[in-house]
Design a protein around this ligand. Structure first.
Ligand code: CA
Length: 549
């Protein structure tokens, strides 16, 4: 990068989008990593995904609601960084809370009102106030790609071909061509001989971003949730499908352009507002959504790599997508996770194995990025498709009916093991999966190396053992995990490159039950056959490494 470009980059903290263009112009070919200064709360933060319908019911109708969630915020974070009685999650992603005819809410019929089953707009504002009092940010799910077939704009456009809302959607007298996956997404109108476009289903007509009206409306919706409702940002659903180009329905230049404009609008409307997008695809595709579109995206390939490594009990190759992201994107702009609301629950992926669930969560919470935990994963809840079974009610207590989720009849029966994967049961057990989450989420938040440090991969003498350093400034932590079901003795570590100055180093345990013998670093600076303590099955250890005097 030239000096002029570097100076320009410094000024970029203030005027972000303009600077991206400036740097690309000044330093063609330079990898653009320009981002707005990440909000301070993001460093070391863990986010928690909540399905309001299943979290806690306050009024006995069997449906979780905003008042129930508000009353349960201390579980998520009680605002005391020293106490590990709560999870310590600094941000919440609420799955859709706007009015919708479906139980999941991903087809919105009124973007300006909370789903009545969940409460009122005032209940939402009260939730935000209570969350902010604890230092928790609130992100809401936002659907830009499609709305509900019952949305009044679509209903009018369907019935009246002269309606101005016609331009919000795509219409054809005959079905259009199949998409590149071989599917046809053109849906027959129920009122006349024509077709509308709906990528996911006939119940979800896509918005048409080839005309300016839909984006203008979705900006208005964004401003409403940010300013009027007090939300801190959005999780943006299915963003890779926003604009079609013939059979190419995903990742088109038009989609990138809409995201660029939308993200710039969000930043200008509420400085510090945060956006995280769902691009359900490989890391290579994900990278096309930076640098100047949304702030953050879910790292699906990291999730799959982590789950696969734990399943096979072999850590080799697990870090490849992590290292690729780290080399391309700042760590506060990508988000690892284990599973989300569209996938089988993690412990189910592991055949019910608690050890595998533990080591998977350990790895998630020691990697770089901004980790997201889907509600109930911290308990080891189980569930496989159909979808309602991976979104079952939260089990709060041991003895109350329906595990304390509701005093009425739950909208969906609880998981069969809700008295085992259960908040009250696990709160009383220092070795529980919940206890692991509480300790590691707090450790991440308080340790700059673990929270925001660079990852340096290490080579281990056993394929079942994965190890890496996390480093921020002069602080270095060592993370070790045994992915296998057997205890392992005599495992050694080495680094392929220089990682320390010459000297003798000691490890102080930050997480886990073991001790690390002091080790020497010679003139090469590399770690060379550093012996590890015996590793219990599925154990995870974190050490702070310091040079001895
Ligand atoms: Ca309720």
């Amino acid at each position: 990068m030239t000096r002029a470009a570097a100076r320009s980059a410094l000024r970029c903290r203030a005027i972000w989008t303009a600077c991206v263009l400036a740097i690309i112009a000044i330093a063609p070919g330079a990898r653009a990593q320009v981002a707005p200064a990440a909000p301070a709360w993001l460093s070391g933060a863990t986010c928690y995904e909540v399905f309001v319908r299943s979290f806690r019911d306050s009024d006995g109708d069997g449906i979780g609601d905003l008042k129930g969630l508000t009353a349960s915020l201390d579980y998520i974070d009680d605002g005391d960084p020293k106490s590990t009685k709560s999870l310590g999650a600094r941000c919440l992603w609420l799955m859709p809370v706007a009015a919708s005819p479906s139980y999941h809410g991903y087809d919105v019929s009124d973007y300006y009102h909370v789903n009545r089953a969940y409460g009122t707009n005032d209940d939402f504002k009260a939730l935000v106030a209570a969350a902010h009092a604890r230092g928790i940010k609130v992100l809401v799910d936002m659907m830009l790609n499609h709305l509900s077939v019952q949305h009044p704009a679509f209903q009018e456009a369907l019935r009246d071909t002269t309606s101005p809302y016609r331009a919000w959607f795509r219409w054809r007298p005959t079905p259009g061509p199949n998409n590149r996956f071989g599917d046809n997404n053109w849906r027959r109108s129920p009122v006349r001989d024509e077709y509308y476009y709906g990528f996911f289903s006939s119940h979800m007509p896509d918005l048409n971003y080839e005309q300016p009206y839909a984006l203008a409306e979705m900006k208005k919706v964004a401003a409403f949730w940010l300013n009027e409702m007090g939300a801190d940002g959005f999780r943006l659903d299915a963003v890779k499908y926003l604009v079609e180009d013939g059979a190419q329905v995903d990742d088109t230049p038009g989609t990138h352009a809409v995201l660029r404009e939308y993200a710039a609008f969000v930043r200008a409307t509420k400085p510090g507002a945060f956006t995280v997008g769902e691009v359900y695809d490989s890391t290579g595709t994900l990278l096309s959504y930076y640098p100047d579109q949304l702030d953050d995206y879910f790292a699906f390939e990291v999730a799959d790599s982590l789950v696969a490594a734990v399943r096979r009990g072999d850590g080799r190759g697990m870090l490849a997508p992590v290292l690729r992201l780290q080399a391309s994107v700042p760590a506060d702009r990508w988000s690892p996770f284990l599973r989300n609301h569209d996938q089988p629950r993690a412990r189910t992926e592991f055949g019910g194995d608690w050890g595998k669930a533990r080591v998977a969560s350990f790895l998630l919470l020691t990697l770089p990025g901004v980790p997201f935990v889907y509600y109930g994963e911290e308990l080891g809840m189980t569930g496989a498709k159909p979808d309602p079974r991976i979104r079952t009610p939260m089990p709060w207590s041991r003895n109350a009916p329906h595990a304390g989720f509701t005093t009425g009849t739950p909208w969906e029966p609880l998981a069969a093991d809700s008295l085992e994967a259960n908040v009250e049961v696990e709160s009383g057990d220092a070795s529980s999966l919940l206890a692991l989450h509480r300790r590691l989420i707090h450790l991440r938040a308080s340790d700059p190396a673990l929270g925001a440090g660079t990852l340096l991969p290490l080579t281990t003498s056993q394929p079942a053992v994965i190890a890496f350093l996390r480093r921020a400034g002069t602080r270095t932590v060592l993370v070790v995990a045994n992915l296998g079901a057997e205890p392992l003795a005599g495992v050694t570590l080495r680094s392929d490159v220089a990682v320390f100055a010459r000297g003798r180093y000691a490890g102080r345990i930050l997480f886990g039950p073991a001790a690390l013998d002091a080790f020497a670093i010679r003139a090469s600076g590399a770690m060379n056959d550093v012996p590890l303590p015996t590793l219990a099955p599925h154990a995870g250890l974190v050490f702070e490494l310091t040079r001895m005097r």
